[in-house]
Design a protein. Structure first.
Ligand code: AMP
Ligand code: ZN
Length: 486
């Protein structure tokens, strides 16, 4: 039986519409698998959130756009989705690989703030506000997601470590409490482990105290800073926060856990080890990982200094949804290389899509009718989120004369629900005074001076310069009018 004929499952109870089938690539098996939720019609989903020591970059945003696209596909199929994205708002005085300098400490130093729990929290809240705004701008409804702060869940993290100790999975050394990775029968279920990855820096001199190189810290004592615990003052290890918050908010067994592929070898293997050791149950049924956004062939990351922020995208005059369109043009498991030229192509494609949607809305009067094009679109997106192919189907069908405006409108409605590109009510390109960047205002003034002195060559040059910033100037009866180039 082909996957198209597989589309509608027979699992619906009498009276309830049946849930269509979805397939996701599960990192546990490396295979594309049929998705079956643990509870009927409900999906429990956890995505590892960013460490809020600075502004999240557009590479980070790829991870959340992917998990939002998964959530959209599930919701449209008829599931209720409970989604958690954690906010890491304190350091662990260790980096994520348990080596090198802690990111939050670095962030405090950068902003000239003293090392304290209050300052860590304040720093994190400042960047969390920017992060949440960025998410909204790329079409993510943040009210549908819970964003727990790690610092609000320290008692849960301590309780979790105690359970691991009681069950014999943790041991104490002078440098902290460690998880014993030789105990679980299947440590490293997700693969990708490099035994040296979790070694601490020689500065910490704790390597020799670990029983196995892959053992990782659960509690890190500190003489000055942190929370009180049975192991003295200190900090929970980096991995325990996700296990503890996932259990506190979603329960011991969840359906989907997501994150970027860099989290597989250490963080996610460690989360599985801790959670399954504590509960004796399967922690996560489907692990899904997005590939990187790259810049010039390398992973975009702050430590490499090759990052772009949402503010850069907006400053250049792009609509934030152009970034979403750009991401959706690639499959989530494929690395994607960023450039502003590529973003500009995505922006102009989205602009055309918005115009086409407006026309079809008028022609159809906003009435939709099911067609084979919509069935194909849905089957494609439900097949491991094949967004590039789904966008291809959308374009081909909208251009085709085979479909009526009503059939096209129905396709647009489904595309909008799945892709989150504001196709139903495209944004207008009108700008208010506050939307216009200062440098563009200066260019406009300079162009007016050139025009008034009849230096049209210079005026045209400035118009092109304004256009390269993403704006269009048109000269009306009341003077120049500026619009955003959608
Ligand atoms: P971090 O704050 O580094 O923990 O990152 C937050 C999320 O963004 C994690 O799921 C990372 O795997 C993901 N991430 C970080 N950099 C990139 C990138 N360049 N491309 C895609 N995802 C990324
Ligand atoms: Zn995590």
């Amino acid at each position: 039986m082909s996957w198209i004929t597989h589309l509608f499952s027979k699992r619906g109870k009498a009276g309830q519409p049946s849930i269509p089938q979805l397939f996701f690539t599960n990192t546990l098996s490396g295979e594309r698998e049929l998705f079956i939720s643990q509870k009927p019609r409900e999906v429990l989903m956890y995505t590892c959130g960013p460490t809020m020591y600075g502004t999240a970059h557009i590479g980070n945003l790829r991870a959340y756009i992917v998990s939002n696209t998964v959530a959209r596909a599930l919701i449209s199929a008829g599931y209720r989705v409970r989604q958690v994205v954690n906010i890491t708002d304190f350091g662990h005085l260790l980096s994520e690989g348990d080596t090198g300098e802690d990111k939050m400490t670095k962030g405090l130093k950068r902003e000239g703030l003293a090392l304290s729990l209050e300052n860590m929290r304040a720093l994190a809240e400042k960047y969390t506000a920017i992060f949440l705004q960025d998410l909204e701008e790329v079409g993510i409804d943040i009210d549908k997601i819970t964003f727990p702060r790690a610092s609000d869940y320290v008692p849960e993290q301590i309780a979790f470590i105690k359970t691991l100790e009681q069950k014999g999975y943790a041991y104490r050394t002078k440098s902290g409490v460690y998880f014993d990775t030789s105990r679980p029968i299947h440590y490293g279920k997700l693969g990708g482990i490099n035994k040296n990855d979790q070694q601490e820096s020689p500065r910490l001199k704790s390597r020799e105290e670990k029983r196995n190189p892959s053992d990782f810290v659960l509690w890190k004592p500190d003489n000055h800073l942190g929370w009180q615990s049975p192991w003295g003052l200190g900090f929970p290890g980096w991995h325990i926060e996700c296990s503890a918050m996932s259990r506190a908010l979603l329960g011991q067994e969840i359906d989907i856990h997501m994150g970027g592929q860099d989290l597989i070898p250490i963080h996610h293997n460690n989360e599985i080890a801790q959670s399954e050791a504590a509960s004796g149950r399967t922690f996560v049924h489907y692990w899904m990982h997005n590939a990187f956004l790259t810049m010039g062939g390398e992973k975009a990351s702050k430590s490499l200094g090759n990052v772009v922020y949402m503010s850069d995208v907006i400053e250049k005059g792009f609509h934030p949804l152009a970034l979403r369109y750009f991401f959706l043009q690639a499959h989530y498991r494929t690395p994607l290389s960023f450039s502003f030229d590529a973003l500009a192509s995505a922006a102009s494609a989205l602009d055309r899509l918005w115009k086409t949607s407006k026309e079809i809305k008028e022609e159809s009067g906003g009435k939709g009718e099911m067609s084979e094009a919509t069935t194909r679109f849905l089957a494609t997106i439900r097949d491991d989120l094949a967004t590039p192919q789904a966008i291809g189907i959308l374009w081909d069908s909208l251009k085709s004369e085979e479909y009526t405006p009503e059939q096209k409108w129905r396709l647009i409605e489904e595309a909008d629900a799945h892709l989150g590109l504001s196709l139903i009510s495209p944004p207008t390109n009108e700008l208010t005074e506050t939307d216009i960047p200062e440098e563009v205002k200066k260019m406009l003034d300079a162009r007016e001076i050139a025009r008034k002195s009849k230096d049209f060559k210079e005026a045209d040059r400035i118009r092109d310069e304004i256009a390269s910033c993403g704006y269009r100037v048109e000269d009306g009866l009341d003077g120049p009018m500026l619009t955003r180039r959608l």
